[in-house]
Design a protein around this ligand. Structure first.
Ligand code: AMP
Ligand code: MG
Length: 421
């Protein structure tokens, strides 16, 4: 007689609030250890050291306009021109009362001079310049150390290296910097029903869309992604092999599918066997079976298989976690108050993230639902730019009521999770 293995009816894992779940994720993770990188490869990464200027910039007082270098306290407005100073060289020129030196932008100021009068405010005739204005001390001169003084901390640890920061490092001659690397991520889809997206479907099969969706979502945040080329079957041995290989090749693993209560949902028990499961259920919709475990000191995010659930869990937990591992401080997208353009159904048993299009008008933000919010309906995320947050413990939300929403097409602006439940 064959025995039919039944799915378990209750979970061994406590139902955590979103806040508790995030606390567990964030306490288990820290920024990846710093690596030394050449400047060109450091753009967008987080600085892991304070940068102190070894020299002052500019290192010499320089003209900031083309004109004549003069002594500002010299009252004569007619001066004989004694030479010409170009940028890029330092001639042995000096300015005395009654004289001026023709000077180009960026050129070092001749000895004695303390101001530059631009060409536009002068007239020149037979080696004599006539000033039409009285020069001000320091006028049109970039003094030593205007950009930065020697010894000054010019870029603090924790800063994201953008164009200006990289430019400053190049100006200082610092071509290698200590930065936190971006985590390398492996993505694996699990499920017997799945075939690679380019294969022909047989009855009962569906295409694996999550691998690509999650890869694109991770790449959009700048993370380096390797996706398993084909979905892994719901088989403990195969899952273990794939997971161990993924762990060996990356700093974090994202799985999709196999974390619910069915008899072939084998990911949670496997994670419990190989490491420590810190989250097994979260009071959120979609995404209740979201799972988080630490294996060999690396995070594994077990996302539910339904396409909307996996992407919402990525947005809500994985993305901020990977940002934290990158050393970034700003983890959360802007969270704003919006007015509902229509009635929304909501069960009070979980916090729900409803997909919406938010538009700004003169009164603030208005949210339009993207229609049916089934977690299998990826179309509910197509074109959506916001996740409306309908808190646990509250019921249906009538038209005109105000709720909070994450603006998911905007860059992160918040350090702390803006959800208290
Ligand atoms: P699971 O979380 O494994 O119970 O999967 C729930 C449902 O999500 C499955 O029945 C599929 O319809 C769907 N699903 C699971 N994995 C994927 C995937 N990689 N791509 C698209 N749909 C998936
Ligand atoms: Mg499955």
């Amino acid at each position: 007689m064959t025995t039919v293995k039944r799915a378990k009816r209750s979970s061994d894992y406590p139902m955590l609030s979103i806040r508790e779940a995030w606390l567990r994720v964030s306490s288990a993770l820290e920024p990846l250890p710093p690596v030394r990188k050449p400047l060109v490869g450091a753009a967008g990464l987080v600085l892991a050291e304070d940068i102190i200027a070894k020299d002052s910039m500019p290192p010499f007082a320089a003209a900031s306009m083309d004109g004549y270098a003069v002594i500002s306290s010299d009252p004569s407005l007619e001066k004989s021109i004694t030479g010409e100073q170009d940028a890029g060289v330092k001639l042995d020129l000096s300015v005395e009362p009654g004289t001026a030196v023709r000077i180009m932008t960026g050129a070092p100021l001749p000895t004695g001079a303390d101001a530059v009068v631009p060409f536009e405010e002068t007239g020149e005739n037979e080696g004599v310049v006539h000033l039409k204005v009285i020069p001000k001390p320091g006028g049109n001169v970039r003094p030593v150390g205007l950009d930065m003084a020697a010894g000054e901390t010019v870029l603090p640890k924790g800063l994201v290296l953008g164009p200006a920061e990289i430019g400053l490092l190049a100006a200082l001659g610092q071509f290698q910097v200590w930065v936190h690397p971006r985590p390398r991520i492996s993505i694996m889809s699990t499920g017997n029903e799945l075939v690679a997206a380019d294969e022909t479907l047989r009855p009962g099969q569906i295409r694996d869309s999550n691998s690509l969706t999650l890869s694109v979502a991770a790449a959009a945040c700048g993370f380096e992604v390797t996706a398993a080329s084909c979905p892994v079957r719901d088989d403990s041995g195969k899952l273990e092999l794939a997971l161990v290989e993924a762990l060996n090749n990356s700093d974090a693993v994202i799985t999709s599918g196999g974390v619910s209560m069915g008899k072939l949902d084998l990911v949670k028990p496997l994670l419990a066997k190989l490491g420590e499961v810190l989250i097994g259920r979260v009071a959120m919709k979609p995404g209740r079976p979201f799972t988080f475990a630490m294996l060999q000191g690396k995070p594994v995010f077990g996302l539910p298989g339904f396409p909307v659930s996996s992407l919402v869990c990525f947005e809500q937990f994985v993305r901020p976690a990977l940002r934290l591992m990158s050393g970034l401080n700003l983890l959360w997208r802007p969270c704003v108050e919006v007015s509902l353009a229509e009635n929304l159904r909501h069960d009070p048993d979980r916090t729900e993230f409803q997909r919406a299009v938010v538009k700004a008008d003169h009164d603030g933000f208005i949210a339009y639902s993207t229609g049916s919010q089934s977690s299998g309906r990826l179309k509910s995320l197509v074109g959506a730019n916001a996740l409306l947050i309908l808190p646990i413990g509250t019921g249906d939300a009538p038209v005109g009521s105000r709720v909070k929403a994450f603006l998911i097409d905007q860059p992160e602006t918040e350090e702390e999770l803006p959800i208290s439940h």
